[in-house]
Design a binder for this molecule. Sequence first.
Ligand code: FCB
Length: 480
Amino acid sequence: MSTDAADYRDSGLVFPDGFVFGSATASYQVEGAAEEDGRGPSIWDTFSRIPGKVWNGDTGDVAVDHYHRLDADLDLMRGLGLQAYRFSVAWPRIQPGGSGPVNPKGLDFYSRLVDGLLERGIAPVVTLYHWDLPQPLEDAGGWPARDTAYRFAEYAAHVGAALGDRVDTWTTLNEPWCSAYLGYGSGAHAPGRTDGADALRAVHHLNLGHGLALRELREVVTKDDARFSVTLNFHVLRGVDGTAHEAKRRIDALANRAFTGPMLRGAYPADLVTDTASVTDWSFVQDDDLAAVHQPIDLLGVNYYSTATVRVWDGTGPRQTNDGHKDMGGSPWPGADDIEFLEQPGPYTAMGWNIAPEGLEELLVSLSEQFPGLPLMVTENGAAFDDVVVDGRIHDVDRTDYLRRHFAAAHRALHRGVDLRGYQVWSLFDNFEWGYGYSKRFGIVRVDYDTLERLPKDSAYWYAELVRTRTIPPVPGLAI
Ligand code: FCB
């Protein structure tokens, strides 16, 4: 069968048995209860209080109150037929000080969450770090400091020991690209520092933390078929002129291979080290670090939203920096300030991100070629749009169509032989979208921020049908 987009149907495609359909959230974005049951402060609590950092001064203090509404939310997941729920553990609930004693009430919340999922037949997919670093660890240097990697491994061991008899899939880090380059390079994310050398130190210590945490987890986890993974946000790159090859290589090194190199091949790419020589000499990489980082994983988590087009700036006119991230003064691309990010062709989501489902297919195929034998899972994909409630319904045709197109792209990848095990839609709920606060709605379930009521959107019903039938349904209200 040909896989040309033109003659590949978008609806009616059937996913194989065993393919797992789920949805994802992250602790700081949904939990709220920021000062309850012994939770300590995280870098996002601090950052969101700095004027001008987050839209409207929004914080995660209440978020969607998932912490208190756990049972109802679990019932909602069951109602949609979800087969997996990807959530993250808030490190500051487990170790309010970032190290040392464990807070039993913190562990208890996640233990109840895991039990509640299992009772409803939903597989727990746990991320250990989705960006809410305990503030005391940032005060001690944050991810640019080597010690943070060791603290992360210690924390992972505590969570692994408590939940390791029940969790289906363990993910060490979510998108370390964002933690390092947005947190310490551009300053758009907490803690909001803007130093390229610190960003690269953070890259390495996140990688090291990943490897050290995996070692600990494998010691303490008792569930025989538990899987271990990491989730990366790969940059799918396009080039436009004679500089295409060079520009793509440079950004691929910083964005993608800075993580896959050490984690999956046991070395930093030589070109990355050369390209960034004016920023750092990489002397923070110590003997044996790469062996520690290079641990076997069972699954690679892939987050995908859009593509980027790059070229080497010719030095004339203003340099274009349309890389899809808020401009907060610093650069998220250490050593690559001569690379331009061009405006993408539309259509766009409410984030201004271009909609390019073929990028997902291309990425999945490329990863399976680069890392043969490594199963993949889409751990995030979804879209923000400005929803309107009409007579108690949200006819979110754009979001539903976005999902339909990306599921079709994933299906094409499967058809081309990619070992893709599942798909977690971002997000189950509207939630705190980092620097954009509550202004961007990614949920398939709407949250009314006044009443905190949940209201499934049309996309949620569409998804429930996909999960139930394993077949991509047509999009209501859209002629195809
Ligand atoms: C990803 C994050 C997730 C969410 C989506 C829109 O980068 O992992 O928390 O913000 O983007």
